[in-house]
Design a binder for this molecule. Structure first.
Ligand SMILES: [Zn+2]
Length: 185
């Protein structure tokens, strides 16, 4: 492809202009460089003098300032730690609890779409909490796999399906807290 001479001249002109302006800017800045350095030196010196000054502050005010600073510092550290742990917590989306595989998603700090799967065939389990309707029976929820001859894979005592799901959520959060304490997250 042949170069267009008009375009070449235009590009050269633009390049010359940019180069000229750049050189002018650098030369102009050099002129103000000693003034800038002097200003920087004065500022640093002023800050140093300010830091060396002594002030008479009542002890109660000093203690309040120290306490506030400590609290702010501590909360900043906690916040930084929780931000650092968050990605790892958000990647914790499955676990074996009460002999079945539980999977879930995170929506913010909430556990959503929590459900259990068969540890043998990975089939979605169905539940049976009918006995919770009877007053004199032990309240429990059975999790059954249709793929494994309707075998009861897990029986969780305490309440119906809703109770069980909340219990599993509490267990997930307990595990997270424990893992954080053991620095595994
Ligand atoms: Zn199964």
């Amino acid at each position: 492809m042949k170069d267009d001479p008009v375009l070449s001249i235009r590009n050269s002109a633009i390049a010359s202009c940019i180069g000229g302006v750049s050189v002018a800017c650098i030369l102009g800045s050099v002129k103000y460089l000693p003034t800038g350095l002097l200003f920087l030196k004065k500022t640093v010196f002023s800050i140093w003098l300010l830091l060396q000054s002594t002030y008479s502050v009542p002890l109660w005010l000093f203690l309040i300032l120290i306490t506030c600073t400590s609290v702010l510092f501590y909360s900043a550290i906690i916040k930084t730690r929780s931000f650092a742990f968050e990605p790892r917590i958000k990647s914790y989306i499955s676990d074996e609890i009460y002999d079945v595989n539980w999977r879930w998603k995170w929506r913010g700090n909430e556990i959503v779409n929590l459900w259990c799967y068969c540890p043998k065939c990975d089939g979605t389990l169905i539940y049976d909490d009918n006995n919770c309707d009877h007053a004199f029976c032990d309240r429990q929820t059975k999790f059954i796999c249709e793929n494994c001859d309707r075998e009861t894979i897990s029986t969780i005592k305490g309440g119906n399906k809703r109770y069980t799901l909340n219990m599993i959520k509490r267990e997930i959060r307990r595990k997270i807290r424990t893992q954080i304490k053991e620095h595994k997250f």
